[in-house]
Design a protein around this ligand. Structure first.
Ligand code: SF4
Length: 249
C-alpha cells in the first residue's frame, strides 16, 4: 500500500465512523473520534474511548490524560504526531462510563480496519478495555509492561502488543504514573524486537522508522526522528519537520 493509499483508506474509515449509528453511543456524541497520527508510523496506541474534551474536538487524548501521554512519549524521544492514537470505541460513553461489551463489539471493525491499513509493528494498549481487545482474559495489574503476540484477526497481523495502564488512571495515582513511565521506556526495545520478527516473517518493511536510541535527559527535547528508510539524508531531514500528520474527523 502506498502512503497515498494508506492515507485515503484511513480517511475513508474516519468518514464512516463519523456517520456511524451502529451502537447507542452515537446518540450522545458531539463528534466521533476516529483517531489521528502518522499514517506511516510503526506504533499505534489504543485507548478506551473519548472523554468530554475529545468528544468536543473530535480528537483523541487531548485532555490531561493526553498531556500525560505526550510527556511519556517525550520521555522516549517521541512526539504524539509520530505515532497513531485510536480508541476501542469512537464515540463518548455518557458520563465517561466504561464502554459496554456490545459497544466495543460494534466498534471493533473500525479499529481492525485501521490496524490492517497501518500494519504497525507495536500496538500499545492504554487501559484494561483496550488490553482486552488484544489479550483476552489478562489482568492489567499482572501484565502491564509485558508484551504478547497479536492475533492477526485483530488487524495488526505482524505486531507485538505492550500493555500499559490508562493515563487517566495514572493521573490519580503517582505510583501508577511512575510505572507508566517505566512501561513506556520499554516500547523502543519492543519495537526493535518486533522489527526483527517482522523481517523473519517476511512482512513489509515500514516506510518510516522511529528512533529507538535511549534518550538522555540532556537530549530528550529534540530526539524524535521519523525518516523514510530509503530516503537520502536531505530528504530525511525534511521528513523530520514534515512528518505526515493525519487528523481524522
Ligand atoms: S462507538 Fe463505534 S460503533 Fe458505536 S456509534 Fe460510535 S463509531 Fe459507531
Amino acid at each position: 500500500m502506498t502512503p497515498d493509499e494508506r492515507r485515503g483508506a484511513l480517511e475513508q474509515i474516519a468518514a464512516e465512523v463519523g456517520a456511524c449509528t451502529a451502537c447507542r453511543l452515537h446518540e450522545g456524541r458531539t463528534r466521533a473520534v476516529p483517531g489521528e497520527g502518522d499514517p506511516e508510523t510503526e506504533v499505534v496506541f489504543v485507548g478506551e474511548g473519548p472523554g468530554s474534551n475529545e468528544d468536543r474536538e473530535g480528537r483523541p487524548f487531548i485532555g490531561r490524560a493526553g498531556g500525560l501521554l505526550e510527556r511519556m512519549l517525550g520521555s522516549i524521544g517521541w512526539r504524539r504526531q509520530d505515532v497513531f492514537i485510536a480508541n476501542v470505541v469512537k464515540c463518548r460513553p455518557p458520563e465517561n462510563r466504561d464502554p459496554e461489551q456490545d459497544e466495543i463489539d460494534a466498534c471493533a471493525p473500525f479499529l481492525r480496519r485501521q490496524l490492517e491499513v497501518l500494519d504497525p509493528a507495536v500496538v500499545v494498549t492504554l487501559g484494561r478495555f483496550s488490553m482486552g481487545a488484544f489479550r483476552p482474559g489478562a489482568r492489567i495489574g499482572a501484565v502491564h509492561g509485558t508484551t504478547a503476540s497479536v492475533d492477526p484477526a485483530s488487524g495488526a497481523a505482524h505486531a507485538l502488543t505492550l500493555s500499559m495502564y490508562h493515563p487517566a488512571y495514572a493521573l490519580r495515582n503517582p505510583a501508577v504514573e511512575r510505572e507508566c513511565f517505566d512501561d513506556m521506556a520499554k516500547v523502543p526495545d519492543v519495537l526493535v524486537r518486533s522489527r526483527e520478527r517482522r523481517a523473519a516473517a517476511g512482512a513489509a518493511a515500514p516506510t518510516a522508522t522511529m528512533t529507538t536510541a535511549p534518550v538522555s535527559a540532556a537530549s530528550a527535547a529534540p530526539a524524535v526522528v521519523v525518516a523514510p528508510v530509503t530516503a537520502s539524508t536531505a530528504a530525511a531531514d525534511q521528513a523530520v519537520g514534515d512528518a505526515p500528520q493525519l487528523t481524522l474527523f
